[in-house]
Write a protein of this length. Sequence first.
Length: 132
Amino acid sequence: GSSNQSTINCDSCTGTTINKTVTGDGNTVSIQNDGVATTDVSVSSDNNTVTMTNNSTNAAGVVNNIDISGGNGNQVTVDQTGAASTTGHSLDLTITGALNTTTIGQGGAVDSKVNATITGSSNTLTIKSNHN
Protein backbone atom coordinates (compact mmCIF):
# COMPACT_ATOMS: atom_id res chain seq x y z
CA GLY A 1 0.00 0.00 0.00
CA SER A 2 0.90 3.66 0.02
CA SER A 3 1.74 6.19 2.76
CA ASN A 4 2.66 3.60 5.42
CA GLN A 5 5.31 3.75 8.14
CA SER A 6 7.32 0.69 9.16
CA THR A 7 9.91 0.58 11.96
CA ILE A 8 12.07 -2.46 12.71
CA ASN A 9 14.42 -2.45 15.73
CA CYS A 10 16.70 -5.46 16.02
CA ASP A 11 18.70 -5.20 19.25
CA SER A 12 21.36 -7.87 19.74
CA CYS A 13 20.07 -9.92 16.79
CA THR A 14 22.28 -12.84 15.82
CA GLY A 15 21.89 -14.81 12.60
CA THR A 16 18.74 -12.90 11.68
CA THR A 17 17.61 -11.93 8.18
CA ILE A 18 15.31 -8.92 7.88
CA ASN A 19 13.34 -8.71 4.62
CA LYS A 20 11.30 -5.63 3.71
CA THR A 21 9.49 -5.16 0.38
CA VAL A 22 7.92 -1.80 -0.51
CA THR A 23 5.47 -1.70 -3.44
CA GLY A 24 3.38 1.42 -2.79
CA ASP A 25 4.24 5.11 -3.02
CA GLY A 26 5.19 7.49 -0.21
CA ASN A 27 6.13 4.91 2.42
CA THR A 28 8.68 5.33 5.24
CA VAL A 29 10.84 2.40 6.37
CA SER A 30 13.21 2.66 9.33
CA ILE A 31 15.48 -0.25 10.32
CA GLN A 32 17.88 -0.23 13.25
CA ASN A 33 20.22 -3.18 13.74
CA ASP A 34 22.55 -3.41 16.73
CA GLY A 35 23.45 -7.06 16.26
CA VAL A 36 24.50 -9.40 13.48
CA ALA A 37 21.81 -9.49 10.83
CA THR A 38 21.42 -9.43 7.09
CA THR A 39 18.94 -6.84 5.89
CA ASP A 40 17.31 -7.02 2.46
CA VAL A 41 15.14 -4.10 1.31
CA SER A 42 13.37 -4.04 -2.05
CA VAL A 43 11.58 -0.97 -3.41
CA SER A 44 9.64 -0.98 -6.69
CA SER A 45 7.66 2.24 -6.43
CA ASP A 46 8.04 6.01 -6.10
CA ASN A 47 8.81 8.60 -3.40
CA ASN A 48 9.66 6.25 -0.54
CA THR A 49 12.12 6.86 2.31
CA VAL A 50 14.36 4.07 3.64
CA THR A 51 16.62 4.69 6.65
CA MET A 52 18.98 1.97 7.93
CA THR A 53 21.12 2.40 11.04
CA ASN A 54 23.60 -0.31 11.99
CA ASN A 55 25.76 -0.09 15.11
CA SER A 56 27.19 -3.60 15.27
CA THR A 57 30.41 -4.30 17.13
CA ASN A 58 30.15 -8.04 16.51
CA ALA A 59 32.86 -9.91 14.59
CA ALA A 60 30.54 -10.72 11.71
CA GLY A 61 29.60 -7.10 11.03
CA VAL A 62 26.39 -6.19 9.20
CA VAL A 63 25.36 -7.06 5.64
CA ASN A 64 22.80 -4.86 3.87
CA ASN A 65 21.25 -5.27 0.44
CA ILE A 66 19.07 -2.54 -1.05
CA ASP A 67 17.37 -2.90 -4.43
CA ILE A 68 15.39 -0.06 -5.99
CA SER A 69 13.97 -1.33 -9.28
CA GLY A 70 12.02 1.10 -11.41
CA GLY A 71 11.18 3.47 -8.57
CA ASN A 72 11.69 7.20 -8.89
CA GLY A 73 12.25 9.92 -6.29
CA ASN A 74 13.18 7.54 -3.46
CA GLN A 75 15.47 8.56 -0.59
CA VAL A 76 17.84 6.06 1.05
CA THR A 77 20.06 6.77 4.06
CA VAL A 78 22.39 4.10 5.45
CA ASP A 79 24.57 4.71 8.50
CA GLN A 80 26.90 1.85 9.48
CA THR A 81 29.16 2.39 12.49
CA GLY A 82 30.76 0.35 15.23
CA ALA A 83 33.92 -1.69 15.23
CA ALA A 84 32.38 -4.65 13.36
CA SER A 85 35.50 -6.49 14.46
CA THR A 86 37.13 -8.66 11.78
CA THR A 87 34.89 -8.39 8.71
CA GLY A 88 33.54 -4.84 8.69
CA HIS A 89 30.19 -3.74 7.32
CA SER A 90 28.93 -4.41 3.81
CA LEU A 91 26.35 -2.70 1.60
CA ASP A 92 25.21 -3.82 -1.85
CA LEU A 93 23.09 -1.14 -3.51
CA THR A 94 21.29 -1.48 -6.83
CA ILE A 95 19.22 1.40 -8.24
CA THR A 96 17.26 1.44 -11.48
CA GLY A 97 15.22 4.59 -11.94
CA ALA A 98 15.52 8.35 -11.81
CA LEU A 99 15.78 11.10 -9.22
CA ASN A 100 16.72 8.77 -6.36
CA THR A 101 18.93 10.14 -3.56
CA THR A 102 21.24 7.91 -1.51
CA THR A 103 23.49 8.89 1.39
CA ILE A 104 25.81 6.28 2.91
CA GLY A 105 27.98 6.75 5.98
CA GLN A 106 30.31 3.92 7.00
CA GLY A 107 32.86 3.93 9.75
CA GLY A 108 34.57 1.75 12.27
CA ALA A 109 37.89 0.22 13.09
CA VAL A 110 37.98 -2.15 10.10
CA ASP A 111 37.22 -2.00 6.40
CA SER A 112 33.73 -1.35 5.17
CA LYS A 113 32.53 -2.23 1.70
CA VAL A 114 30.01 -0.49 -0.59
CA ASN A 115 29.06 -1.97 -3.96
CA ALA A 116 26.77 0.37 -5.91
CA THR A 117 25.20 -0.25 -9.31
CA ILE A 118 23.11 2.68 -10.55
CA THR A 119 21.19 2.80 -13.83
CA GLY A 120 19.03 5.80 -14.71
CA SER A 121 19.17 9.55 -14.79
CA SER A 122 19.57 12.27 -12.18
CA ASN A 123 20.36 9.95 -9.28
CA THR A 124 22.48 11.33 -6.43
CA LEU A 125 24.91 9.16 -4.42
CA THR A 126 26.97 10.39 -1.46
CA ILE A 127 29.35 8.05 0.37
CA LYS A 128 31.22 9.02 3.54
CA SER A 129 33.83 6.58 4.83
CA ASN A 130 35.17 6.38 8.39
CA HIS A 131 32.97 9.24 9.50
CA ASN A 132 33.04 8.38 13.24
